[in-house]
Design a protein around this ligand. Sequence first.
Ligand code: NAP
Length: 305
Amino acid sequence: MRTIKLGTSDLDVPVVAVGCMRMHALDKGDAQRFVAAALEEGMTFFDHADIYGAGRSEEVFAEAIGMDSRVREQVILQSKCGIREGRYDFSKDHILASVDGILERLRTDYLDVLLLHRPDALVEPEEVAAAFDELERQGKVRHFGVSNHHPGQIELLKKHVRQPLVANQLQLGLGHASMIASGINVNMRSDDGSDRDGYVLDYCRLHDITVQPWSPFQAGFFEGVFVGNDAFPELNAALDEVAADHGVSSTTLALAWLLRHPATMQPVIGTMNVGRLRQCARAAEVEMSREAWYRLYRAAGYGLP
Ligand SMILES: NC(=O)c1ccc[n+]([C@@H]2O[C@H](COP(=O)([O-])OP(=O)(O)OC[C@H]3O[C@@H](n4cnc5c(N)ncnc54)[C@H](OP(=O)(O)O)[C@@H]3O)[C@@H](O)[C@H]2O)c1
């Protein structure tokens, strides 16, 4: 699979990341088949979080891949921390304890990337910096980033954090593209013109932070998959037609729409189905015209002023 550099780091990562949020529901055989297919497709980047399946997803993954020192060198592991029951927590103690738990469940002694999962209103950037320094010094984490953060929150962290923030994981896809629509509808009174994120997409491009679009196939906030969904007739008609032109499936094409964006994003897919995983892998090979990209944007219900 085609690779990109993650942020300003020298880490080469496959352009499509495999999200493991739903992996806790798989039995050992299905998990083994799924992980083997991902590796076969060159999808060696796995996205985790300490809360997925209350830690179970990380355990199922480590067991399925047969984690040992040889396997470890063939994969790139990212996990996230900071979400707790009923609160967010970026305190130094919590970050350090979370990483120890993640490493134990993934059966490894280092993470390639650690992300702060959702902004903590009580964040003290000095504490985050102290935690990152300790994790880096101990060799437990090689690269750091954030998730669901707007530019001001990143700037606040950067006031104290020394390490480059290499990624920002944000919800983005044809079913949730306000981050893109707001940049097209500047100064318009329509809903598409509402800025909900501080223009984070342009900020990340400016600062070479890789955007990792999460839930790329979901409409709204986990309201269901838009591909093949009768509630989105116009979008599916356009997806089917453009997909047929390219000789790929609508699933492949919906992901290719994100990869066509010049921000060189790394979408995080969530399927646990081997067939759909392989369709997602094909997205990295699609070359989409500007015309097709805008057609899908409009068919998804977003406007041009
Ligand atoms: N940072 C954050 O706050 C955050 C939040 C949520 C998720 N994430 C990350 O993003 C990853 C992806 O999230 P997600 O699972 O919601 O994303 P997704 O890829 O948009 O959705 C995958 C889900 O949709 C189903 N699906 C049905 N038809 C599909 C189709 N045609 N194509 C693709 N999937 C189809 C899949 O079922 P099958 O398994 O049966 O295919 C699976 O349950 C997670 O694993 C996690 O790593 C991050």
